[in-house]
Ligand binder design. Structure first.
Ligand code: GLU
Length: 401
């Protein structure tokens, strides 16, 4: 029996070939230097200021380079999904004048040629790539039950690496014979697909981060999960496949993904994909009122962490965008001083001035910018935006006009 037999037993229904997939997602014909970026939220319902911050970077990178801005719905965690969240995110982007070039609404066809843009509609693609990795011996089925598996892994690790504190976690199923694996698959046992990490805990992974520059982190040495036992891929596998097929040039994503980048890049390597550039956006912080220290804006404690707060308070969307541009790019403020009348859309967003440190959210500064934005509105614009606000937040007041 060969590994191809195992791959066939695991994925008897995968009909689409990798050639057909690559044909469907040809390299994009774009001008030199054009950035393809994507905002890829999970539809969990609360639109955080950090999300707007990331989306604005994606949008600005794409627009300043005549590129493409994609909205991708990362709905693989069905337990956390909130109905309508995707549409709310889309509407929010439109409200902030950042309509994506490519996107897909629930129940509708994709807008753009590189879809579907909803991950739960891409399972056949993920499975085709998982099948290839199993056939090549780069991935294997893991039959461990959730908790049992963890214990077995830890035990195996202890036996092998009792002397050091390396981050090695080889899964016990990695060396199972093909015959046993095929038999268990055919008997209907549940299994996940794991990457057979080629690393042994002694090496480093090097990658490019837009602001941090050349980064060196300990290489991943865990047999990470590529496809869960319900057939759904966790973030890492879907990220490698989607961003490659969609032609993403720069991945803008939260700082929390930084340390798992080596594992992601191992997946790119196993698949034979080119690495892409990352920009891990620093967390937006505030000064803690109690201890005076800097801390991350918290969804739970800080009302200003949610976008809806600014709408309720009546901040103009342009003011919020101008404020965030200030946080993102050190060139924005001098540009604004020189060009007080120019719309912010004309600001040329350069990567050299992008922020590397966690910015502090400063309400006084936002108020100051809002004051300037409002002062520049014509009487008609001001009335209209006031009326829009009142209709949403103060119905009786709106009715008086
Ligand atoms: N769904 C991931 C998140 O919301 C996306 C991260 C990314 O942009 O790659 O954190």
């Amino acid at each position: 029996m060969t590994r191809q037999d195992l791959a066939n037993a695991i994925y008897p229904d995968v009909k689409i070939t990798l050639e057909q997939i690559f044909e469907k997602y040809p390299p994009r014909a774009l001008p030199n230097g054009a950035e393809v970026t994507r905002f890829a939220p999970s539809p969990t319902g609360n639109f955080h200021i950090g999300g707007l911050f990331s989306a604005l970077i994606d949008f600005s990178l794409a627009k300043s380079s005549n590129g493409i801005f994609i909205l991708r719905n990362e709905d693989t965690d069905k337990k956390r999904e909130v109905p309508g969240a995707l549409e709310a995110i889309f509407d929010m982007l439109v409200r902030f004048n950042m309509k994506p070039d490519e996107y897909q609404k629930t129940g509708e066809n994709p807008v753009g040629k590189y879809g579907p843009y909803i991950q739960s509609q891409r399972l056949d693609i993920y499975h085709a790539f998982a099948k290839k990795l199993v056939a090549e011996g780069k991935a294997f089925p893991c039959f461990c039950k959730k908790t049992e598996g963890k214990e077995e892994i830890l035990k195996a690790r202890e036996e092998r690496f009792s002397e050091d504190d390396s981050n090695v976690e080889y899964d016990p199923c990695r060396n199972m014979s093909i015959e046993e694996a095929v038999r268990r698959v055919k008997e209907g046992e549940k299994f996940a697909i794991r990457l057979k990490t080629p690393n042994d805990g002694s090496t480093k992974t090097v990658f490019e981060d837009l602001v941090k520059g050349r980064v060196e982190l300990p290489a991943n040495a865990k047999d990470v999960i590529l496809v869960k036992n319900d057939g759904i891929p966790p973030y890492a596998f879907a990220h490698a496949i989607d961003d490659t097929l969609m032609g993403t040039t720069t991945v803008v994503r939260g700082e929390e993904w930084f340390t798992s980048t080596p594992a992601h890049l191992d997946i790119f390597d196993a698949l034979g994909f080119k690495h892409m550039r990352y920009y891990h956006t620093p967390n937006i912080c505030k000064i803690d009122e109690e201890n005076g220290g800097k801390r991350k804006l918290s969804k739970r404690k800080d009302k200003e962490s949610g976008i809806s707060f600014f709408f309720e308070q009546g901040y103009p969307t342009d003011a919020l965008i101008e404020y965030l541009l200030n946080l993102i790019s050190s060139s924005f403020e001098p540009w604004r001083a020189k060009n007080p009348e120019t719309p912010y859309q004309d600001f040329k967003f350069g990567l050299d001035s992008i922020t590397a440190v966690s910015p502090l959210f400063d309400m006084a500064k936002l108020n100051d910018i809002s004051k300037n934005v409002i002062a520049k509105m014509s009487a008609q614009q001001l009335f209209e935006s006031w009326l829009t606000w009142a209709k949403e937040f103060d119905e009786p007041l709106a009715k008086k006009t």
